[in-house]
Write a protein that binds this ligand. Structure first.
Ligand SMILES: Nc1ncnc2c1ncn2[C@@H]1O[C@H](COP(=O)(O)OP(=O)(O)OP(=O)(O)O)[C@@H](O)[C@H]1O
Length: 262
């Protein structure tokens, strides 16, 4: 198995030292080249789990293995794309993509690589633009190009399109799907959008909350391009919505209890 999470538990402590178990007994296996979504209500621990695969957060117990090696810190084999593109504002598009390559290769090679991946995300015409001159969707494409340029085996995406409008998001879904087919990368994609997870992934890991556990692991058996299979999409959406309703109700109840007590 390419990515394995074994009995992952994560407990955070608040300022009064009160424990908050965020992830409980998570077991997860992902094969090389799979496009897997992690779906669940707000606060169920999706980002925490993804950050653990990235090596940015440590687990309280359990371990994560990527390509046979235990994850202890971030590595070049795992590229991360966040909800906000996090580009350097003083660097233009090409410089942003070249930045992580500076220690890996010559400037000439880095430039060629940047140009290749900017073409892949359809930004060849914007090499000298600065982030503030780009739309949110374009910035996110630069961020994806920057991660891909490092040639990671795994692309970890934390709600990468969450801040974008519906049309831009839909266009980027298509582009990401093409990139995935072209590069055969393993993609782990965190989202709270059921339709996004169905549109993009081979498998959907549905998480429940309080504490975060895996409720179910669904193989998406809908041929691509998926837009043409509306009935199958609607049926799967309904199935997942039913599963998540109780979980979302739990979050709402807890928030209401918190507000009533404060
Ligand atoms: N550094 C931290 N210290 C303490 N608690 C944290 C920390 N990071 C996350 N948490 C808590 O862990 C829980 C899970 O957070 P996480 O961001 O992983 O959930 P999520 O499912 O990605 O949520 P969302 O969809 O809203 O982004 C939340 O209750 C959050 O408050």
């Amino acid at each position: 198995m390419f990515i394995e999470a074994k009995q992952i538990n994560k407990v955070y402590f608040d300022k009064n030292n009160k424990p908050n178990t965020v992830l409980k007994d998570i077991d997860l296996s992902i094969q090389k080249g799979e496009f897997v979504s992690i779906l669940g209500p707000s606060g169920c621990g999706k980002s925490t789990l993804l950050s653990m695969i990235a090596g940015l957060v440590s687990s309280t117990s359990g371990e994560i293995i990527v390509d046979g090696k235990k994850v202890v810190k971030p590595g070049k084999d795992r590229g991360m794309v966040f909800q906000q593109a996090a580009l350097f504002p003083w660097m233009n598009v090409t410089e942003n993509v070249m930045f992580p390559l500076r220690k890996e290769m010559s400037k000439k090679e880095g430039l060629e690589r940047a140009q290749h991946f900017l073409k892949m995300v359809q930004l060849s015409n914007y090499p000298s633009h600065y982030p503030h001159e780009l739309s949110g969707g374009m910035q996110q494409r630069v961020s994806i190009a920057r991660s891909l340029a490092m040639d990671p085996a795994v692309l970890l995406m934390d709600e990468p399109f969450g801040a974008l409008d519906e049309q831009t998001r839909s266009r980027l879904h298509g582009q990401l799907e093409e990139i995935w087919i072209d590069t055969k990368k393993t993609i782990v994609f965190v989202t709270h959008s059921i339709s996004e997870s169905i549109k993009l992934s081979d498998r959907i890991i549905v998480m429940g909350t309080r504490p975060g556990t895996i409720l179910t692991d669904i193989t998406v058996d809908i041929p691509r391009p998926r837009e043409q299979h509306r009935q199958q999409i609607a049926a799967l959406e309904e199935q997942i919505m039913g599963l998540l309703k109780t979980e979302i109700d739990k979050v709402i109840d807890e928030e209401q209890a918190y507000e009533a007590g404060s």
